[in-house]
Design a protein around this ligand. Sequence first.
Ligand code: KIV
Ligand code: ZN
Length: 526
Amino acid sequence: MTKQASDNARELQGMLAVSQYNQLALGELAHADRVKIFDTTLRDGEQAPGIALSSDDKVRIALALDDLGVDIMEAGFAASSDTERQTLKRIMAERPRATVCSLARSVKSDVDAVIDTGADLIHTFIATSDLHMKYKLKMSPEDVKARAVDAIEYARAHGLQVQFSCEDATRTDLGFMKEMFKAAEEAGASSVNIPDTVGVIVPQGMKYIVGELHKELKVPIAVHCHNDMGLAVANTLAAVEAGAEICHVTMNGIGERTGNAALEEVAVNLFANYGVETVDLRKIGTTSALIERITGFPLSHNKPIIGRNAFAHESGIHVHGVMGNSLTYEPFKPEMVGVDRRLVIGKHSGAHSVKGRMEELGIGFPEDHMEELMAAIKEIAIGGKEIDDAELVAIADHVLWKKEIKTQHATLDSMVVFTGKDVTSTCTVTITLNGEERTVAKTGVGPVDAALRAICTAVNENISLEQYKLDAVTGGSDSICEATVMVKNVQDDGHLSVGKAVGLDVVRTSVDAMMAAINRDYARQK
Ligand code: KIV
Ligand code: ZN
């Protein structure tokens, strides 16, 4: 390890707070410096239903994975199409630091397709479980072995390094699997892979298989774990504990069905719990985000390491703890993997969190208005909405703005809006103005226009709407909007009064802003 690398590792170690019992239970990993990341985002990852990458997309992802520091990248399946072959060639032309690999069935034409791309490594496979041999391949075990060996020898004769997989290995007879892998080794494979093709093994089972094969083989063992039963990462780590050296993974865990072992989870665990350094952990956040964007495959919010909520804290107790020392409620600091912490203001937030956030934002909010601010936050956060910084500022502003108007001359009692396609929007409002109830219905070009006209008429024909502005404070369809309304008292001195409101409903918020402006106008007259 270079000095720079070890300094980096020491710095990252300082960001960790995993359980001390892991080290006690696991001890030192004898082959820690030989563990490699074999990334198959561009092959198994792309096979995920719903993902289809263009050639440009693939080159971009390959460069990002190379920059992240994967050791091997399975960049495609050369025989699948001409475009796939051209893409592999384009990736090879970029001369990545990582070894570039293509998948191939154990047939000559597939091997030829890989030879054509100039890839460094071929990953040949054939199914070896009784289930697959009988129902899919309709071949005898002897023929399966002969075909695997022929393909490996042919690839070796054309200068390719070979990794060989027994597809559905975890449901394959152990004696036959040993026979297959030994034959592959003799034919020239430089590594063999154990795919848990449908994610059916448990960590102890994986340890058993790897341990058994380790006794028989000289070449490094790889594992390729699918996540059908939620154990892909645990199985990969168990395999490494038993001596496996190559971890097949995909970024964001994408892959067939429920996906493959996630690169980010395997790499972080290897570092945090086994002391194994693989990729540049600090680049995980940006690489994951790039791949999420390009694939269009959304990450679940609770995805470990990189999900939106992985380092988000909302409840008062947790935020308080995190503000004291982030490791109280985090296994490691988010900067270790290049993502941000989010202290979320929402339904579960306490005044402490809100005050802390406001201070961080440089907003000195008066203590005696805090109760009202908390009530406004809770009202808006009903239904699980998170309030971000911009929204918090808008709400705080609104609370203070409202406070300036001491007496409510006009109050909105009810409002009914009728709108739709090919109908004229109509709004009926009932307001109480200085103790007198008034109901008015008006039409408009849209529901907001109808509502504001109805209020203007109900209050005073001499109030005219001078300006109206509506801003979505944030992006989503449930974002908070901020309405600003300016009214003019045309009968009186032509004075202008402004009202603001924030809320989730555009019509309601616009009406609230209008009422605030009207109250401001009345307050000025008194
Ligand atoms: O899951 C699997 O078995 C595979 C093989 C092609 C190795 O992806
Ligand atoms: Zn797979």
